[in-house]
Design a protein around this ligand. Structure first.
Ligand code: ATP
Length: 459
């Protein structure tokens, strides 16, 4: 484990689980997440990310990429396309098997996935909401179809990728040749995936367009167990390092009936929210399934020759596959806190205790008063210098307490206040979000002070 992954944020104690509505409301109000095409009534399970949301997403992606690709000599990254050859999805089994079974209540018309229905409702064929009779199960394929070509009749049907990782198998040989990697090695990717989810919902948790991150790690079959355990532990520690509530994270082994036929074992990294324990990332034993299938369907042999022993074999794969959007959602649910009024803050406040690295805005620069020109110009000058180094916001609207609370609510770790003393001795107040403690610093000390605290320890 790296030094960085050891670095954790302090726990905030046993706070209650945050209702989803609080996060939905904050997200819309402060510009993290908007319903897609809202003026047309929206599209179920599809969202857009606003000015703060896009910063948070970029920070999440960047940290994953840094810890998976940049610091591992035996891992490289790719960016594959959303559209691929249609045969890819036949080889992967998605055309035939990527289905959910669905029942509909004949009374209230609600739809349920069979695998998510409580056992007693399934047995009694009873709707869990109104008690009405349920329909016969029907199969729904989750793949989204699209067409390549413009001439009617000559257009070829293909699919928007149902999972991002297929590109990694398709590019495996090109990566091997072009980057002179040798087994064991891994390929990472972050990218969009599309599923016609039967029951989208719970905000970002189950969407129809979402983003996944994958590592596919290629190994000799004799080393599968070792690498599986290695990545399982590393990924679990990674998730632990980014949350406050460590007790809400667990590793759950799959039951035998959940395992794919080629998998000796599998684990889900799960996080507990108001939705209960839910998957955040899956750690999968994929054996030689993917490369064998693509060899078979393409007619192109994807086996590997060991440069020293000359042994020829299809590499086995350890997969770690998680979601950018579930990370986004879980981080907000983990960080959100409503603090009652206290000695330090008479009105109480909402605070997002995000790690400073994830925080969309790193620093806010605030003149104490708006109507004092020297305060305003000094604050604007500081903001203009800081914004070249990190995301900085200048704000002079409303009293200073309100402005602090506005920043607390979006997780800004530091506020810099320019007051009358600044004009005399070139010092400013630096207020820290979590403890609301304040110190005075020279203006020219600010960049180093803040940079050290808003980035992971890269040493
Ligand atoms: P679930 O059991 O929740 O449907 P899954 O087992 O189908 O998930 P995978 O196919 O293993 O999920 O996808 C890997 C990751 O992608 C998941 O761990 C999750 O973080 C994310 N993910 C999957 N489906 C969705 C979705 N509809 N919306 C948002 N994120 C998703």
């Amino acid at each position: 484990m790296t030094q960085t992954e050891d670095k954790t944020i302090s726990s905030t104690g046993d706070t209650p689980l945050v209702p989803m509505e609080k996060i939905v409301s904050l997200s819309k109000r402060r510009g993290f997440v908007f319903p897609n095409s809202e003026i047309y009534g929206g599209v179920s399970g599809i969202y857009d990310f606003g000015p703060l949301g896009v910063e948070l997403r970029n920070n999440i992606r960047r940290y994953w990429w840094w810890s998976m690709v940049q610091i591992n000599d035996n891992v490289v990254g790719i960016e594959g396309n959303i559209i691929t050859h249609p045969r890819v999805w036949e080889a992967s089994g998605h055309v035939e098997n990527f289905v959910d079974q669905l029942v509909e209540c004949k009374n209230c018309k609600r739809r349920f996935r069979i695998d998510q229905l409580p056992a007693e409702n399934l047995e009694q064929n009873k709707c869990p909401v109104c008690g009405g009779e349920l329909s016969e199960p029907r199969l729904f394929n989750l793949m989204m179809e699209t067409y390549i070509g413009v001439v009617e009749g000559e257009r070829v049907k293909t699919y928007l990728r149902g999972e991002a990782c297929q590109n990694i198998y398709l590019d495996y040989e090109n990566v091997l040749k072009s980057s002179r990697m040798q087994i064991p090695f891994g390929i990472c990717q972050i990218g969009k995936a599309f599923r016609n989810e039967v029951t989208p919902g719970n905000f970002l948790f189950r969407q129809r367009e979402f983003e996944q991150w994958d590592l596919q790690f290629f190994v000799h079959p004799s080393e599968m167990e070792k690498w599986f355990d290695y990545w399982k532990e590393r990924r679990f520690e990674w998730y632990k390092s980014i949350i406050n509530h460590k007790d809400r994270l667990r590793l759950r082994p799959h039951d035998p009936d959940e395992l794919a036929h080629y998998a000796k074992k599998a684990f889900d990294i799960e996080y507990r929210t108001v939705l209960g324990w839910q998957e955040w990332e899956g750690i999968h034993w994929r054996q030689d399934w993917d490369l064998s299938r693509h060899s078979l369907y393409s007619g192109h042999d994807l086996s590997y020759t060991d440069p020293e022993t000359k042994e020829r074999y299809i590499p086995w794969i350890v997969e770690t596959s998680g979601g950018v959007d579930r990370t986004f959602l879980n981080l907000l649910l983990d960080a959100y806190e409503e603090e009652p009024p206290s000695g330090k803050d008479k009105e109480g406040r909402t605070v997002l205790r995000l790690h400073p690295w994830f925080a969309p805005v790193k620093v806010a620069v605030l003149p104490l008063q708006k109507n004092k020109e020297e305060l305003v110009t000094t604050a604007q000058d500081i903001h203009n210098r800081l914004k070249r180094l990190m995301v900085s916001q200048y704000d002079d609207v409303a009293n200073i307490g309100r402005r602090y609370r506005r920043q607390d609510e979006i997780g800004t770790p530091f506020c810099v206040t320019v007051d009358f003393q600044t004009l005399e001795d070139q010092t400013v107040t630096v207020r820290e979000r979590d403890g609301m403690s304040q110190i005075r610093l020279q203006i020219n000390e600010l960049p180093a002070y803040l940079l050290e605290r808003v980035t992971w320890n890269y040493s």
